[in-house]
Design a binder for this molecule. Structure first.
Ligand code: LMR
Length: 342
């Protein structure tokens, strides 16, 4: 190869790496992190904490720019922007990776996880950990799982049993499992951006929705929903992801420091997510704007029974090993096992 050609190829490669490695002005690596929720939620706080620690530990070398509340873009756009190197970090909800991997569908299976601790156990199991890298060849390198919390239903009437949901229009995230879940309870599912939900509820374009207490509170869904049902029927959590080319192109020392920061913040986010959701729940009750419906064990069982056929439909696609590991993480025997603190 001629010297001139080689030099220009190297120059092009350098340009590409620079584009992938975050915009650098004055040698500072910029990490843009857009997300759609409020800064007060588990993810919102985690993103701010990352920024704070990056400022403290990598001053003048890395700058994080956090764009909360869908200010910069919605989740769909942020996933595309990450692939193109326009942003460097995202934390979209696991449900939104539905079209990229069938394996993440396990997180949407209704009543799969009895509580957040079960989700943690699954995410820390070998099968759960394997999911972090499941999308690396599609341009998303998972650094960590972040919790939000368990989902509750909001509706214009009290839903004590699945039959009460018949005919209601439910907003769901982009997920075929959730679509099927709503079909099983006789609801009409409508996939919709998070940023459009409040207005859709207010104008009656949709009747109902499912989300965590922290999202229901911070998005003010409770102000436009007469009843909130405490079902804990599903999970919302996130894949904290970076573009693999960006990440692997970082100077090794900087990457190692960022990895430590991510580990610390992940422990903080996952340690405080339940308290943040409990606080949001309390504030909603105190507001008196919406009636909290607590279900009896027998009523909850009727929801579980109605939604359970969804599992059979998706188990093969997800992979029985993944489904079994998730199930084991929630079973009492696993809780009692000496291994459960992993
Ligand atoms: C939703 O769309 O309801 C959630 O994914 C929002 C979020 O990021 O928690």
């Amino acid at each position: 190869m001629g010297k001139a050609l080689k030099a220009s190829l190297v120059a092009i490669a350098c340009l590409l790496v620079a584009a992938c490695a975050g915009s650098r002005d004055d040698g500072v690596i910029v990490i843009k992190f857009p997300h759609v929720v409020a800064p007060t939620t588990p993810k919102g706080r985690g993103a701010e904490r990352l920024k704070q620690l990056v400022e403290q530990r990598l001053p003048g070398r890395v700058r994080m720019e956090v764009y909360p509340s869908g200010q910069l873009m919605n989740d769909d756009d942020s996933m595309e922007a990450l692939a193109f190197g326009e942003v460097q970090m995202i934390a979209a909800s696991l449900s939104k990776f539905d079209r990229l991997t069938k394996r993440f569908k396990v997180f949407d299976l209704p009543f799969m996880f009895p509580d957040i601790e079960s989700v943690t156990r699954f995410q820390q199991s070998p099968e759960g950990r394997s999911l972090l890298g499941a999308l690396a060849d599609k341009g998303f390198l998972g650094l960590a799982f972040w919790h939000n919390g368990m989902k509750q239903f909001g509706a214009p009437r009290a839903l004590r049993r699945p039959e009460d949901a018949a005919g209601l229009k439910f907003r769901i995230m982009e997920s075929d499992v959730l679509q099927e879940q709503m079909r099983q309870i006789g609801g009409n599912a409508q996939k919709m951006d998070f940023g459009e939900v409040y207005q859709a509820l207010q104008t009656g374009a949709i009747d109902a929705q499912e989300n965590t207490w922290s999202n229901i509170y911070s998005q003010k869904f409770f102000e436009v929903q007469d009843y909130l049902m405490e079902t804990n029927h599903g999970y919302i959590g996130y894949l904290l992801a970076v573009n693999p080319d960006f990440w692997n192109g970082l100077p090794a020392g900087i990457r190692a420091e960022l990895e430590q920061i991510v580990d610390q913040v992940t422990r903080e986010v996952n340690g405080e997510s339940s308290a943040i959701n409990a606080e949001a729940r309390r504030k909603i009750i105190d507001s008196g704007a919406s009636t909290l419906v607590e279900l009896t064990p027998e009523e909850l069982e009727s929801w579980r029974a109605a939604m359970l056929p969804v599992w059979q439909q998706f188990e093969d696609q997800i992979g029985p090993d993944i489904v079994q590991a998730a199930q084991a993480a929630g079973s009492p025997e696993t809780i009692a096992s000496p291994d459960s603190s992993r």
